[in-house]
Design a protein around this ligand. Structure first.
Ligand SMILES: [Fe+2]
Ligand SMILES: [Fe+2]
Length: 322
């Protein structure tokens, strides 16, 4: 972490964008200062009627996942090697990276939340309660404070969010929901850029410490990548009660499926050239073989899993009664 930290400014310049030069939520929303505002909102509401409940449930899940950003920032600031206080009482390069990344991420929940509100399809109060619970419930992604494992997690998760937002964009475009398509497409673009940054960190760690990096990658794959919304619940519900229903809906809507999970592992194997990494201990060599065979094995398992067709009741979709 100390070695990589020396290049933080290069990473920031290459992978992050300053607030003045990046898109902002307002760019994709009706302008409340304009005379056309109401008309534009009506158009959104009209188009939103055509999208089915499964679609909106996934949109809500994606929004809540982004809105739980305080959880991710506080988690990452606690990783070994990342410090808000070094000897000179100022933060280190990694803390700066995390804060700048958080700033970028903050726009995702912001724009999605405003869009849900304008759509007229969602019980926002229920969504707000779910978000508050999710932040309070926190997460345990199984990485501990280990930076290697955390960077495997972020490499994976940024790509997973890319896939999810990008699939929403495709569905929205097909339904003529141009504004929503543009918005989710640009969010997906951010996630891809973040994914590239985190995979670059791992790539560089592989050069310095190949065996330990390999073992960390294997560890994360064996324990499976836990979704950040693992504890999702309704108002008055139990911690985590909604997660399996939500993930079934995301699968049948074709927004994030078990096959996407396998494809991400395949992609990480190829980005990190897992098959070509040499100079490994015998234990790390075994880990490499495990990782190379994993996508094929998981693919076969995924093929056998049936996604339920059940009509679940989500409070987010029920009319608000005040
Ligand atoms: Fe995001
Ligand atoms: Fe991201």
């Amino acid at each position: 972490m100390l070695t990589l930290e020396k290049n933080i400014d290069i990473f920031v310049k290459k992978y992050l964008i300053t607030p003045e030069n990046i898109w902002q939520p307002t760019d994709f929303l009706p302008n409340p200062q304009s005379d056309n505002f109401i008309e534009e909102v009506e158009e959104i509401q009209e188009l939103s009627k055509d999208m089915d409940d499964d679609f909106w449930v996934v949109m809500v899940g994606d929004t809540i996942t982004e809105e739980a950003l305080p959880t991710y920032e506080s988690w990452l600031l606690d990783v070994e090697g990342i410090s808000q206080m070094n000897n000179e009482n100022s933060d280190n390069g990694w803390a700066k990276w995390i804060r700048l990344w958080t700033g970028e991420e903050n726009r995702h929940g912001d724009v999605l939340n405003k869009y849900l509100y304008l759509s007229g399809r969602i019980n926002m109060r229920e969504v707000e309660i779910t978000t508050q619970h999710l932040i309070a419930d926190g997460m345990d992604i199984g990485t501990g404070r280990d930076p290697y494992k955390n960077f495997v997690y972020t490499s994976f998760q940024e790509l997973a969010t890319y896939i999810s937002h990008n699939n929403v964009a495709k569905i929205a475009r097909k339904k003529g929901h141009k504004r929503l398509a543009k918005m989710t497409k640009i969010i997906a673009g951010d996630e891809m850029r973040h994914h590239q940054a985190y995979t670059e960190f791992v790539k560089q760690i592989f050069q310095h410490d190949p065996s330990e990096m390999m073992l960390s990658f294997q560890y994360m794959m064996k324990h499976k990548i836990i979704m950040p919304a693992m504890h999702i619940r309704h108002s008055k519900g139990q911690k985590g009660e909604l997660f399996s229903q939500f993930s079934s809906v995301a699968q049948r809507a074709g927004i994030y499926t078990g096959f996407d999970y396998v494809d991400i592992i395949k992609k990480l194997n190829s980005i990190w050239d897992i098959d070509k990494i040499s100079g490994l201990t015998s234990e790390a060599e075994k880990a490499r073989d495990y990782l190379m065979k994993l996508p094929e094995r998981l693919y076969r398992i995924t093929e056998r899993i049936e996604v339920p067709d059940t009509k679940y009741v989500f409070k987010w979709m029920k009319p608000l009664k005040l």
